[in-house]
Design a protein around this ligand. Structure first.
Ligand SMILES: [Zn+2]
Length: 140
């Protein structure tokens, strides 16, 4: 029997282990389907290729919009946003001890957490429930 070729969406979702590559929320607990987010936006010549796509929840996708840089208030610099294909999440972010909030560890992490609002109230509420259910934080 011939193996079915997986779609680009399936490839990106599997690579992301079914989680938003910014806020790490699981697609399996989201009420809206996740997007294939163009890390380099299409409006800035970003290609719909695996190296430029990230699995993203609607909230992160909306907040990122067509940005590639954001302001870090600590260093007062504009820095590139977290790039899921070039950066490792754990190099730039960490969870608070209770697992409900994302901390930016670097200029990139802080600027991205602020720009994409990675600690939106609904996300924090979801994380609280997922922690209690033993489903969060993810194993990185
Ligand atoms: Zn997200």
């Amino acid at each position: 029997m011939a193996k079915r070729k997986i779609t680009l969406r399936e490839f990106v979702a599997r690579r992301a282990q079914g989680r938003c590559e910014y806020c790490r929320s699981p697609a399996s607990f989201a009420h809206r389907s996740f997007s294939l987010e163009h890390i380099q936006p299409r409006s800035r010549k970003g290609k719909p290729s695996p190296g430029n796509l990230a699995l993203s929840c609607q909230g992160c996708n909306n907040h990122k919009y067509n940005r590639t840089k954001a302001h870090d208030t600590v260093s007062d610099e504009y820095v590139v946003l977290f790039h899921p294909r070039r950066h490792r999440w754990t190099d730039h972010f960490a969870w608070t001890d209770d697992g409900t909030q994302i901390l930016g560890l670097t200029r990139i992490g802080r600027a991205t957490a602020e720009a994409l609002q990675l600690n939106r109230p609904a996300l924090v509420n979801l994380r609280r429930v997922l922690v209690a259910a033993g489903e969060h934080p993810p194993h990185e």
